[in-house]
Design a protein. Structure first.
Length: 195
């Protein structure tokens, strides 16, 4: 089966680069604000000893070819992370997820540009037909951001997963398909041009 290589994606606001062990300390510093973790599926690591396995899991998934974790940098400072997940080259489908940013990057265009870069890569380089995005159904901020990106709401998967040590999560699913991509690209480019 085809394996998609980890890209480095660069825009005017952010650079996304493949996760390496050298990013661990910068990610640790960027991850300290509890607001970053409110809707992620795991409890915020409180110590570096807890943080190390979290980063190692992402590195292991990258090595196994099941995920492509990327570090988000703004002005050469690590401000968060995102991933390509659910890699299905045989179906031309991928998920963008596990996205988090330090609150200092919220509202700066970092997320908009990161999504534009990831969507461009998925559709224009990998030739995807479908890109999936999902979030906790109660995460109104994330749902609003996905809708503002031009993603189509596909529904709620009730009791989709257990998160944060046993809490139920209903997941809101969104997608962008290749038919949508030209208008979504234009929307994202227009939003970035307004900055």
């Amino acid at each position: 089966m085809e394996r998609w290589p980890a890209p480095t994606l660069e825009g005017c606001i952010v650079r996304l680069e493949p996760l390496t062990p050298a990013h661990g300390e910068g990610l640790w510093r960027a991850s300290r604000d509890p607001r970053t973790w409110r809707w992620l599926s795991v409890v915020q690591p409180q110590t570096r000893e807890d943080w190390t396995p979290f980063v190692q899991q992402a590195l292991d998934a990258a090595a196994a070819g099941t995920e492509i974790p990327l570090v988000t940098l703004r002005h050469d400072e690590i401000v968060g992370s995102t991933r390509f997940l659910a890699l299905r080259p045989e179906h031309g489908s991928v998920e963008i997820g596990w996205t988090w940013l330090h609150p200092s990057a919220w509202g700066t265009g970092a997320n908009v540009e990161a999504k534009l870069l990831q969507l461009e890569h998925a559709f224009d380089v990998w030739g995807c037909r479908r890109v999936e995005l999902k979030t906790d159904a109660r995460n109104e901020r994330s749902r609003g951001a996905l809708e503002a990106l031009g993603a189509t709401f596909e529904g709620i998967h009730r009791k989709h997963m257990l998160v944060r040590d046993g809490e139920n999560r209903d997941s809101a699913w969104y997608s962008v398909v290749d038919d949508d991509w030209p208008s979504v690209r234009a929307l994202l480019e227009a939003r970035l041009a307004e900055r």
